[in-house]
Write a protein that binds this ligand. Sequence first.
Ligand SMILES: [Fe+2]
Ligand SMILES: [Fe+2]
Length: 272
Amino acid sequence: MKLLFLGDVVGRAGRDAISTRVPELIARYGFDCVVINGENASHGRGLTEQHFEGLRAAGADVVTLGDHAFDQRDTLTYIERAPALLRPINMPPGTPGRGATLIETRSGHRVLVINALGRVFMGPADDPFRAVEAAVAACPLGEQADAIVVDFHTEATSEIQGMGHFLDGRVSLVVGTHTHIPTADARVLKGGTALMADAGMCGDYDSVIGVDPEEPLNRFLTGISGGRFTPAEGEATLCGIAIETEARTGLVLRLSPVRVGGVLAQVLPDFS
Ligand SMILES: [Fe+2]
Ligand SMILES: [Fe+2]
């Protein structure tokens, strides 16, 4: 089966690019499953219910979040009636919502999606390694799940690569989100798991990680906060990774980074 994962959607530019380009990508490549990180989709901070529905309408089977999961207050309530929306699995017990979900795709495949938060250069969180491992153990690849996707939301590429090796052979894809900058390390590990340290964002790259440069630059130069961050509004680049998995094992046959639209060099899968 073919899966598409896209990194953090940032603001209107990101949402607009998702709405126009994701249906095109699904039609062109026949993706069975699309997972999108939406933690910055609403004005760069969190995800409103309306914008969550917009990502779903564009073709997202599952939407993941991160450290900005609850920046929009209504997420605390609507997440309970949105089984396709994940917040990190290793948030404190009692946090609304869920960190993993098993879906059945349009093509009848069972895909387990897990969202976790890292702990290196991040705020406090429970152990992401044991939390993800427990979710995988409850729904093993090649048995209860035809594919398993782990969105590991963290700052340090080392922590994501550690998670990749930890889960190698047990999940289909470990992909990082949060830095908004795509890394050039996408590959299949020895055990058959695809790993990419950061998917990049779906946002305007004529910016500072999706934000209009003026205020971030002001803070870098003066150390003083002079106002709010405003999402950059130029054409977004959709960034992520596409994988094709083997039907019986759920391990990865081939992969490709994806970068479409906007100012970054374009990369499209060579499989159809
Ligand atoms: Fe983000
Ligand atoms: Fe983040």
